[in-house]
Design a protein around this ligand. Structure first.
Ligand code: ADP
Ligand code: MG
Length: 350
């Protein structure tokens, strides 16, 4: 029965089709697994019996019978056959009046995680906008300040005083270059072509090995079957290089002791959601180091501009990396404990 719904068995969402009086007509594999039950036992029973609190579900049924359903969403708790509870986010929809009703249930954990990720990404976006606007505001008067200092310098009565105008000029230049770097990633145009991710990795590998010829081992763990992606190669190199360079800087002592290890690992993943889009295929690139890990105090704001954990750091490396990856429709995540820091880059594949 319901051969045409077989495809729904591949989804991780729990799905039931119920009649107008709430009886289950069809349940997919994910729902059966969640309830620790079987098709045979579920079909024909009222779906309401699996909810801890059936009111919201009953309301949806009522709305359906009054032909007012459309789509209705609510939070609920499912109880499985061992009395274990599972929080779900339910959407009930009726494609047409009097038709059967589709009930989709998303386990809440995944839902909450996705919302959290989205919130963080929105926040990061807002932050970048703020910094960009601020950078513009600083940039505008800078030229004037520098120029005025130069004019002043020419008219100074005593050459000793030049020391002060030189400070103004020097500091203006420093600010100028900071502001330029803050604004740079947004100006750069994307040059898209077919890119092999392993060429990107290999380029980064040779650059990093040239910088650290001794004490650093770079391991490659490539899935060579990964298809080419449409991307800006130079930007991707910049992304991976920024991350790899941070790793090497963090592994300073290990490099001195010839114990530093960097791993470049690529994999294909199926069915991922990136920036609100769902992709069938994506590529996952891990850049893993065995350094001391990321300082707790900057973990939450790691990708924000000007957040740096080292002396003389600009705090722009990861901001730029994230900007480029997001421009490619992808996502960067980081997990870090002492001894293992893993930056994961996800990029959609065609
Ligand atoms: N692999 C890593 N291990 C430890 N700390 C890291 C690692 N990658 C990044 N960090 C921390 O994140 C900070 C921000 O990096 P980044 O944005 O590139 O700025 P910068 O390198 O200029 O400080 C670094 O200063 C460092 O403290
Ligand atoms: Mg850096």
């Amino acid at each position: 029965m319901h051969q045409r719904f077989a495809v729904l068995d591949n989804l991780s969402t729990l799905i039931a089709l119920v009649s107008n009086n709430g009886q289950v007509v069809y349940s997919n594999s994910a729902l059966e697994a969640a309830l620790v039950s079987s098709h045979r036992l579920i079909v024909g029973t009222p779906l309401a019996q699996y909810f801890q609190e059936a009111t919201a579900f009953q309301n949806a049924l009522q709305a359906a019978n009054l032909q007012q359903l459309g789509t209705l969403s609510f939070d609920a708790v499912l109880i499985d056959s061992f009395d274990k509870a599972l929080s779900v986010y339910v959407s009930a929809s009726q494609p047409e009046p009097n038709a059967e009703i589709w009930i989709e249930m998303h386990p809440q954990d995944a839902q909450a995680k996705q919302e959290r990720e989205q919130r963080l990404s929105d926040q990061a976006q807002a932050n970048k906008e703020l910094v960009r606007n601020l950078a513009h505001e600083i940039k505008n008067p800078l030229g004037g300040i520098r120029g005025a200092a130069q004019l002043l310098e020419m008219d100074l009565p005593s050459p000793d005083l030049k020391e002060y105008t030189q400070v103004i000029i020097h500091e203006s230049d420093r600010l100028q270059s900071l502001v330029d770097r803050l604004l740079a990633p947004h100006r750069q145009a994307k040059i898209v072509s077919d890119v092999n991710i392993h060429e990107v990795c290999e380029r980064v590998r040779s650059v990093v090995l040239a910088q650290y010829p001794k004490g650093l081992q770079i391991k490659r763990d490539y899935d060579v079957s990964i298809p080419e992606l449409r991307a800006d190669k130079e930007q991707l190199i910049q992304v991976v290089l920024n991350i790899a360079q941070n790793a090497c800087q963090a592994m300073g002592t290990l490099i001195e002791n010839a114990q530093a290890q960097l791993i470049l690992k690529t994999r294909i993943v199926n069915q991922v959601t990136l920036e609100r889009h769902r992709y069938k295929l994506a590529l996952e690139l891990h850049i893993i180091d065995n350094g001391p890990g990321i300082e707790e105090s900057i973990k939450d704001t790691l990708f924000f501009p000007l957040v740096s954990g080292r002396d003389g750091g600009s705090g722009l490396g990861l901001t730029i990396a994230q900007t480029f990856v997001v421009q490619h429709g992808g996502q960067i995540e980081c997990s870090s404990v002492p001894g293992k820091t893993d930056f994961k880059i996800l990029l959609p594949l065609p």
